[in-house]
Design a protein around this ligand. Structure first.
Ligand SMILES: *Cc1c(COP(=O)(O)O)cnc(C)c1O
Length: 363
């Protein structure tokens, strides 16, 4: 039996989208491939609300994250971490010999404007990374407030991880002056894993041209050059199958509308938070809860493994806590194309399973 996915990636993908992956292949240097990539770029610019260049990468999002710190840091990077995925960005710096400092918030808390200001005012940093939506703790950073700080430092390249929030949350890339905005196919966009996407500003690319040892596969200069000059090509062989599915799924996303999609995610998040407050506790700062994933402190007196096993027998998969929060919290994702009906059905089954497991314990 297929278990319906309520984990924060990969997400449940519609059969119509999966079918597009089975489209007969085309040559990656043909006119048809160029038209396909151009179509994807133009639609993604609408979804991401940007005029910046859209690049695709046949990798998961981590590839473009690693490429970004390597390509755009000349002096020193300031890594603002609100959990596991921010920490990973720091590890990428270390692994690539990129000078960096880590500015961590307590788990469940945001990066504050004060943290940004105090780091940037030292003048030591020419690149910052921000995790928009921390999938491990279920919070999202206040990008608008943070942007008011970093906009005062025009020489700093701003990289934002929107892997688990783009097309679910409200992220107007140009208004927020994000230079490098990265996302992955398998989360809010509702596609299979294997494709990463970034919107990249011209000034970031101009700077990257002056930086040595950018690597090759994730070299943004090369990736952007192939989009702008060829045009709309990819340096090596891209996952054309993903591109067929992405082009199709972007039509569906734009048909729903970016604003409506955001509202739907807010509504789903509220339903899950209400359930969590009634049955357990919300893990993170209540002022900054994510709209795409909810992290719940497990106060049920039932272990996560028991809970997930029982849910699995009913055809659902939810997620354990991540890293340090494993077995202390669990997570329910409400992203991509999830409907109100589906989330209510999941929670109804959770309620029933909890009653059953408690009755079994009482025996
Ligand atoms: C999933 C995730 C990543 C890693 O993305 P991959 O596509 O798996 O490489 C990075 N950041 C956040 C916030 C994520 O949720």
């Amino acid at each position: 039996m297929h278990k319906k996915l309520f984990i924060p990636g990969p997400v449940e993908v519609g059969q119509d989208v999966l079918n597009k992956m089975a489209t007969p292949l085309i040559g990656h240097r043909t006119k048809d491939a160029i038209a396909l990539q151009q179509s994807i770029s133009e639609k993604l610019q609408k979804v991401m609300r940007t005029q910046n260049t859209i690049i695709l990468s046949t990798s998961s999002g981590s590839g473009l994250m690693e490429g970004a710190v390597r390509c755009f840091t000349k002096n020193r990077a300031a890594i603002f971490s609100i959990g596991a995925f921010g920490d990973r960005w720091y590890k990428m710096c270390v692994a690539n010999g990129v000078e960096a400092d880590l500015f961590s918030s307590e788990l469940g808390q945001i990066t504050t404007p004060e943290m940004l200001e105090s780091a940037l005012s030292t003048g030591k940093y020419d690149l910052i990374t921000i995790t928009h939506n921390e999938t491990a703790t279920g919070i999202h950073n206040p990008l608008k407030a943070l942007s008011e700080i970093y906009k005062k430092y025009p020489d700093v390249i701003v990289c934002v991880d929107t892997v688990s929030s783009m097309s679910g949350d409200d992220i107007p890339v140009d208004e927020l002056a994000i230079d490098v905005c990265i996302t992955s196919s398998q989360k809010c966009l509702g596609l299979p894993p294997g494709l990463a996407i970034a919107a990249v500003s011209d000034r970031a690319v101009e700077k990257a041209k002056t930086i040595n040892n950018r690597g090759l596969y994730f070299d943004y200069v090369e990736l952007v050059k192939f989009v702008k000059e060829k045009p709309y090509q990819y340096p090596s062989t891209p996952s054309i199958s993903h591109m067929f599915a992405l082009d199709y799924q972007l039509d569906k996303i734009l048909e729903e509308g970016i604003e409506n999609r955001y509202k739907r995610h807010c509504m789903l998040a509220q339903i899950v938070r209400d359930w969590a407050t009634k049955n357990c506790e919300l893990y993170s700062d209540p002022e900054n809860l994510s709209v795409t994933v909810t992290c719940i402190t497990n106060t049920l007196g039932i272990s996560f493994s028991e809970l997930n096993k029982a849910m699995g027998e009913r055809g659902y998969l939810i997620s354990n806590g991540y890293g340090a929060l494993k077995d202390k919290t669990f997570r329910i994702a409400h992203m991509a194309d999830t409907t109100e009906e589906e989330i209510r059905e999941l929670l109804k089954n959770l309620d029933e399973v909890i009653v059953e497991l408690k009755a079994a314990q009482a025996k």
